[in-house]
Design a protein around this ligand. Structure first.
Ligand code: SLL
Length: 161
């Protein structure tokens, strides 16, 4: 595919999770193990609100091996996963691009946070989780995907909307 030299396009993204404690108002999903204490949602999205499926083919979330079918694939937006659990762990978020992009997949890593405390491996570069008005834990990072020397098709796709 023909590429445009000397330019790069950067796409702002947000990824992370929110989590709510199980309670009467927020009950355990049917069939979930009784030792689960939280419901969480893991997601990746365009930070400007643009539809990521313009350039994203699918997102694979690699969960902790305590989860059945720990590779979860989401093939259309919203690229998110709602689950329940009892523990925090690191998840791999792999983004596969549409073939017109001529790009290899990329992987982000995220610590799923259930509790409003910094992760054990807190190293200063990861944001500490915050608690929102509804009492949900939010652990979300901002980042950018940079497409260097994009294909012509990709360039038109990303600049026409
Ligand atoms: C660790 N932090 O690194 C721990 C692992 C695993 C969490 C936490 C649910 C699994 C299930 C779940 O919350 N796993 O559905 O049984 O060792």
């Amino acid at each position: 595919q023909r590429r445009i030299h000397g330019i790069s396009i950067s796409k702002p993204i947000m990824y992370g999770n929110n989590a709510e404690q199980i309670s009467e108002a927020n009950p355990l999903p049917p069939g979930a193990p009784k030792d689960h204490t939280h419901i969480w949602t893991l997601f990746v999205k365009d930070a400007t609100g643009q539809d990521m499926s313009l350039y994203v083919k699918k997102v694979v979330f690699k969960l902790h091996e305590t989860y059945p079918n720990s590779m979860r694939t989401v093939e259309k937006p919203p690229f998110e996963l709602r689950e329940s659990g009892w523990g925090e762990f690191e998840v791999a978020i792999r983004i596969y691009f549409n073939s017109v992009c001529g790009e290899r997949n990329i992987t982000f890593y995220h610590n799923i946070k259930l509790h409003p405390y910094p992760p054990q491996a807190f190293n200063g570069s990861m944001g500490a989780p915050v608690v929102d008005k509804e009492g949900r834990v939010q652990s979300i990072l901002y980042d950018e995907i940079v497409f260097n020397e994009p294909t012509e098709k990709m360039f038109r796709l990303l600049t026409s909307t």
